[in-house]
Each structure stands twice: as C-alpha cells, then as structure tokens.
Write a protein that binds this ligand. Structure first.
Ligand code: TPP
Ligand code: MG
Length: 757
C-alpha cells in the first residue's frame, strides 16, 4: 500500500499543515516561488500527507512545533512515488529502536489488545534516554540511587516492558512479554508497580504518572537535602517521565506541574509525546493551547525536538540541556508520529489502541526493513541492550564505595540513611509516643488530637513529612520544629500543597513509592476527598500505605453547609478495596489510627476527623480501636446477652453512649455500645472476636448503627440506623445534628421502638 509519498521533479522542501488546508486543496506554507499549488491538490495526496509526514532533508524548525499537523514533504514532483521512512540514519540505533517497536507490535498482536501506536512513536526517545542517560541496575531494580522513570501514558506499557526486558531485568522475561495482558501475567495492560519491580509507580489513569513523578522528585530533593554533604552526594537521582496528549489535558498533571515549577525541582525531566493524536482522532478536536507556553508559565524550562522519530542527536541534545539546568524542571516536547512505520495506520487514532492486524504488521515490517519474525530479538541488538547489566552493576558498586566513605565520615547520618532509606525501617519509639500523647489529651476535636499526634511523632520520626491543601490551620497538620518545604529549604518537612487536592495525593503517593522510608501524609477537608479520590484509589491499588487526613468529617461542621458536608464518603471509602477508612471517637482512637497507618505499609489509611469538640470516652481503647471495633460499654451482666446493641463511630460514639445510659437508667434495658472506628479492620478479625463484640444472640433486628453519614453499608451489622441520607444544611453544627436526629434523645427514642418491636 502506498503511504510514503515523494513528489519528484523540482527538489523542493516544504511543510504542509492541516490547518493550512483551504477548501479542497492545500495551501503551501513557505513554498518557494514556482512551485505550483496544484501539486498539492488531490484527495489521495492530501490523505497521504496528512497521514504520513515524511521527514526528509527538510530543515526542521527548532522552535515550537505545536502547530497542527506539521507534515514534511519532499515536494519534488507531480506524481507521488513510494519512499520508506528515513528512520534515524544510524543502522545500529534503528536495529535497537525497531527491536523495541516490534516487541510492542508483536505483543499487542498476540494479545489482540493493547496500544502499539505510542511505543512505536516513542521508541527513539526511550532508547536515547535509557541507553545514554538513565542510571539503573537491571539486576537490582531497587538500587536506592537509581534514576526514576515513569511512563505516565500507561497505555504505552509495552514500551516499558520491552525496555525492562531488553536491558536485562529479570522480569518481565520473554515469556511474560508473550503473555502480555493475559490473566495472571505480570505484563498487565498498564504498568503496575506491585507486579513488576522495575515499574516505579502504577500508571494508566492519564496524568497521574506526571503527578506521581513530581512526588518522586520531591522525595529525591528532600533526601538529597537531608543526607548529602558537599563532599558526598549519596542521593543523586533524576526523575524522568513520558507524558502524552491525554496527560497534557488532565488536570492532575497541570496541578502537579504547577507545583513542581513553583518548587523548582531541577532534577525532574518530562517528555511530552506531542503526536497530536488521541482516541477520538486529531487533538484539534478539543485541544489547541500551547502546552510549551503553559509549562513556561509554570516555571519550567521548555525544549523542543521537532522530529522525535528520527532526530536522535536532537533528542540527546535536549536531554543534555535539560540535565544541565538544575534550577527548574524541564519539559522536552518531542513531536512524533503515532505508529511510526505503519504505512496505513500511522498518524491516526486507529493505531492508538488496537492491534495493527496481520496485514499492517506485515506492511510495517516491510516498511521498516524488519527481517525478523514475531518476538525475535536480533543478537546484535540484545548484546547492545544487555551491556547495561554490567554497567548497572558497576554504577551501583561505585555508589556503594561512595557510601562506605560517607559512613566513615558521617556515621550518624549514615546510620539513619541505612535504617530509613536502605532498610526502610521506621524510627523506634513511635508507638510509645502515640500512646503517651493520647493519655495527655482531653475532650477536643479529633482533628486537634491528630495535630497532637503528628507533633508527638515529628521529633522522633524525621522521616515524617507532609501537609495540607491550603488548610494547614484547619486540618492541624503543621509540624512544629521544622519549616516549610520550599525551593529554599528542601530539608524542611511541612509541605505546602496549595489548593491542589489531586496533585497533593499523587505527590504523597509518589513520595511513598520512592521507597526510601519516607512517611508522607496529606490533608484536606474530608469532603474534598472527592478531588483526591482517583489518587486515593491509585494508592490503594498500588499497595502504598499513605496517610490521608480528612477533617470536618460530617454535617456537624455546620455553617459551611452542604457543599462542605460529607455524607456518602465514609460508605464509599469502605467500599474501596485495600483501604482502611478510620473514624476515631477521641484521642485514644486517633492514636490508634496513626498506629494503623504506620503499621500498614501497603494499604493507605484515611482518618476522618471532627471539626467539633468531642468528649474523651472514658472506656475508649487504643488496642480495641486497632481491632476495628470493640465494646465501650455494656449494661448487660457479665456473660449475659444484651437487649440491644448500639454501634457508633467517631463523634457519634458519645451520642450512643449517652443513649445507652438513659435506656439503662430509665428503661432498665441492657444495652451494649460498640465503637467501630474501622469497619474493614473489624471485618478482618477472627470469627470468635467478631462474635464477642457482636454476638449473634443479639440479632440485627436488635441493633442500631448511628453515624452522621449515609446509612449505606450498615445493614451488614444492624437493621436500624440513625444516619444522614440526604445532603446536609447550613447552620450551627449542633442545630444541624439535631435537625438530622443525630442526638442521644433521638437514638434513645428509636431504641425504645426497636426494643419493643
Ligand atoms: C484519566 C483517563 N481518562 C481516560 C483514559 C482512556 N484513555 C486511554 S488513552 C486515551 C487518550 C489517548 O491519547 P494520548 O494520550 O494522546 O495517547 P496516544 O494516542 O498518543 O498514544 C484515553 C482517553 C485514561 N486512560 N485515563
Ligand atoms: Mg497522542
């Protein structure tokens, strides 16, 4: 099939832009005098030029390439003739690059699912970066001082799997690649950090990789500022990411990039695959901003490579320029053709997310002069890639020597480095500190108790670092005794995220997945988990234990009204896999919530905390709370069966306790009260424990759950609820609670009805 067109006659080069098309024809931009416009008219040629920009000897513009549909033609004739893509002009490099391309093509073909287009377009950049610049040790993917790489356009996963395999990581191996996207295979549809050791963060939701990369770079900056000495740079890593049009369009990437520019994270280098194609087709449909200018406005250095498919020297130059400016992050916008090499499908949405099909695969092999069979890796290419096994081992060995010198000179810091970064152990004494802190607290808002816990931990846990999305005073997240993490002080531990909940959460996740022992937390009003939810979900999926503090956790927050009053949030997070939704009733339980989160390295914890003051529950228990649910009061005789069980969480524990008192005193009812700060944790306990707290002898029809939130989910334990199943209202907190019946009086009333029934 014809795809690579060259017009032979007057050897003239020019660019044709889709935007420049006029009517049925093509307006020639920069066409030298004497070249007939007629040469560009005609449907077949038009289709071909739009589908396939053929880079030739044309002088490539070095400025912004964001104009739509730049198509390179050698306009030399009135009759089109076939030419093959030029590729890089370096036969050995092309061999390696096409090895990457065809692994992606063949794996997608075998799976009959996946995304070949982006790997085909990005292979030259990825090859240049990994081959010349990235520092890694394939046989030890966890080497602490490796550079970090994030494929934010996770749909291009075969690019990353091909790189890991070719450069000599143990997994994925060739069998894994042949099992791409199959059930049980580690080569999942999108890169998953918990499946493949060389994958730093899970990507797939577009834009989230960019934001997590910012977190990785922040972790690096913080560790470097903490541990490095003028004569010993034991932390020295770049963070690289590749983003696509979709990432450029997503808000989370914009938020995070804005923060990265503000923080001047000079060792963060992004690559934007500007191929102007997404699923719906041409990005012209919905996207016309100048991304480069936007990043410049964020404070990034922005560089352009006009021909990202063929200009290896240009790619290398840009990377070098990016690496040599450590005063700000860099974005390299490299223009590519999606599906480079596929004669009929390149430069179309059709190559984005479907197998090429046997005919097109054959045509692509022919087009790129690829003489090898499916999954065949030429020896010369493999040898080239695998030299990194030796090189990587040497890099790590040299670093270890450096570390040994560091240990001699700075034994104290080195000991901390070994504990925190290498062994990823927490500072000792944290549990004691939490318990002692809890014992000192009285009646107070649980958000205040949380602030007290953070500050009990801060002095003994230098690895604790975090902050809020512009709500530090409300969420009580400021650590005393340390400053603001800023471009002036990367060693400080109070993060100022600005009003960027999604980026905040992704950054926290990235910091955790730097896997260097940092204990990151982030905070906002519980309602604004709505802005963070996709990243909380990603943390849960990524098996990354981060702490998310959500204050102002119910309608009781009062005057700010329903826009700020969470209702369905507790239930929805309880439904999220691999997450602990923890709602403590007082300081003891807040301490337990922190303990849970510090113990839970692979499962995030959300702490839902009150704005309003709550009592200190005399019988609350740190250990009980760590079982998710426990008895806080029992008016039944020891061993006896209660008439009713009241279950409460957070601020409603004192409500149900007061109701139980009344019911016992005025009605002689034997009421048990259960505090259940964490339903999921309770559910994990053994059957005997669950039975000891919620005996079957007291059927669900004799149980009431009270929570100032949606009743959804409580039917597991109780037939009756005193909850809030509508949006809230603006008003004084206690009046709003009364309006919804979240009072001891109402619970008492309901309990009497239940007891009589
Ligand atoms: C947050 C999110 N929304 C939607 C998708 C589904 N999706 C996958 S790729 C894609 C767009 C592809 O365009 P681009 O990012 O330019 O990738 P390319 O086609 O160039 O490979 C979309 C909408 C997603 N993965 N993540
Ligand atoms: Mg694209």
């Amino acid at each position: 099939m014809l795809a690579f067109l060259s017009l032979s006659s007057q050897a003239t080069a020019m660019a044709v832009s889709r935007r420049d098309r006029v009517g049925n024809g093509v307006r020639c931009q920069g066409a030298p005098q004497g070249v007939s416009k007629g040469a560009f008219v005609g449907r077949a040629l038009e289709r071909a030029t739009h589908r396939w920009p053929v880079p030739t000897s044309v002088a490539v513009p070095t400025g912004r390439v964001g104009h739509r549909r730049v198509a390179w033609l050698r306009a030399t004739a009135t009759q089109p003739t076939l030419v093959k893509p030029k590729q890089t002009g370096d036969a050995h490099a092309d061999l390696c690059i096409n090895t990457i391309r065809f692994l992606a093509i063949d794996a997608v073909e075998a799976a009959n699912a996946g995304h070949p287009g982006a790997p085909m377009g990005q292979a030259p950049l990825a090859f240049t970066l990994w081959d010349k610049y990235m520092r890694f040790n394939p046989k030890n993917p966890g080497w602490a001082n490796r550079d970090r790489f994030v494929l934010s356009c996770g749909h291009a996963s075969m690019l990353q799997y091909a790189l890991l395999y070719l450069y000599g990581y143990d997994r994925p191996n060739m069998d894994d690649i042949k099992q791409f996207r199959q059930l049980g295979s580690i080569t999942a549809g999108h890169p998953e950090n918990y499946l493949v050791p060389g994958v730093e963060v899970t990507t797939g939701p577009l834009g989230t990789g960019v934001a997590q990369a910012v977190g990785l770079a922040i972790a690096e900056a913080h560790l470097a500022a903490t541990f490095n000495k003028p004569d010993a740079k034991i932390v020295d890593q770049f963070t690289y990411f590749i983003m696509s049009d979709g990432c450029a369009q997503e808000g989370v990437a914009a938020e995070a990039s804005s923060l990265a520019g503000h923080l001047r994270l000079g060792k963060l280098i992004g690559f934007y695959d500007d191929n102007k194609i997404s699923i719906d087709g041409d990005t012209d449909l919905s996207f016309s901003e100048d991304v480069g200018k936007r990043y410049e406005a964020y404070g990034w250095q922005v560089l352009h490579v006009a021909n990202g498919n063929e200009d290896l020297a240009g790619l290398a130059r840009a990377i070098e320029q990016a690496r040599s400016d450590l005063s700000r992050p860099s974005l390299i916008i490299f223009r590519t053709i999606i599906g480079y090499g596929a004669p009929n499908k390149a430069n179309t949405g059709g190559v984005h997310g479907a197998a090429l099909g046997a005919d097109e695969v054959r045509a692509t092999r022919d087009n790129l002069d690829w003489k090898y069979g499916p999954f065949e890796v030429p020896d010369a290419a493999l040898q080239h890639f695998r030299r990194k096994v030796d090189e990587g081992a040497k890099l790590e060995a040299a670093w270890k020597q450096q570390l040994a010198q560091y240990q001699q000179k700075y034994p104290e810091l080195a000991a901390r480095f070994e504990r925190q970064v290498l062994r990823q152990e927490k500072s000792p004494g944290w549990e004691q500190a939490l318990k002692e802190c809890a014992a000192k607290q009285g009646a107070m808002a649980t958000r205040q108790a949380s602030g007290a816990m953070l500050n009990a931990l801060a002095p003994i846990m230098p690895e604790l670092i975090g902050g809020a999305a512009d709500l530090a005073p409300s969420c009580n997240t400021l650590l005393k005794g340390t400053g603001d993490f800023s471009r002036h002080d990367y060693a400080a531990r109070n993060m100022r995220f600005g009003v960027r909940e999604a980026a905040m959460t992704a950054v926290t996740l990235g910091m955790r997945l730097h896997n260097s022992g940092l204990v990151p937390y982030c905070a906002t009003f519980f309602i604004f988990t709505d802005f963070a939810r996709p990243l909380i979900r990603l943390a849960a999926l990524s098996e990354a234990g981060i702490t998310f503090i959500g204050t102002h956790d119910s309608v009781a927050l009062g005057e700010d009204g329903p826009t700020h009053q969470p209702v369905e949030h507790l239930a929805s997070f309880r439904a999220m896999p691999n997450l602990y939704m923890f709602r403590p009733c007082d300081a003891n339980e807040v301490a337990a919530g922190y303990a849970l989160s510090l113990k839970s390295a692979h499962r995030p914890v959300i702490l839902a905390l009150t704005r309003q003051k709550v009592s200190k529950v005399a019988t609350s228990s740190y250990d009980g709370a760590l079982r998710g649910g426990y008895v806080v009061a029992d008016h039944a005789a020891a061993g006896g069966t209660p008439d009713l069980i009241l279950i409460g969480t957070g601020s409603e524990v004192e409500v149900v306790l007061a109701a139980a008192d009344t019911l016992q005193k005025e009605d002689g009812l034997r009421v048990r009260v259960v505090s259940m700060p964490c339903v999921e944790l309770f559910q994990e306990q053994d059957a005997a424990y669950i039975e000891s707290v919620l005996p079957q002898a007291v059927p669900r029809s004799k149980r009431i759950a009270c929570e100032a939130a949606a009743s959804f989910g409580w039917s597991r334990y109780a037939d009756h609820t005193v909850c809030v199943d509508t949006f809230g209202h603006s008003g004084k907190g206690d009046e709003v609670l009364k309006f919804f019946g979240i009072t001891a009086q109402n619970v008492t009333k309901q309990a009497r009805l239940v007891a009589m029934a």
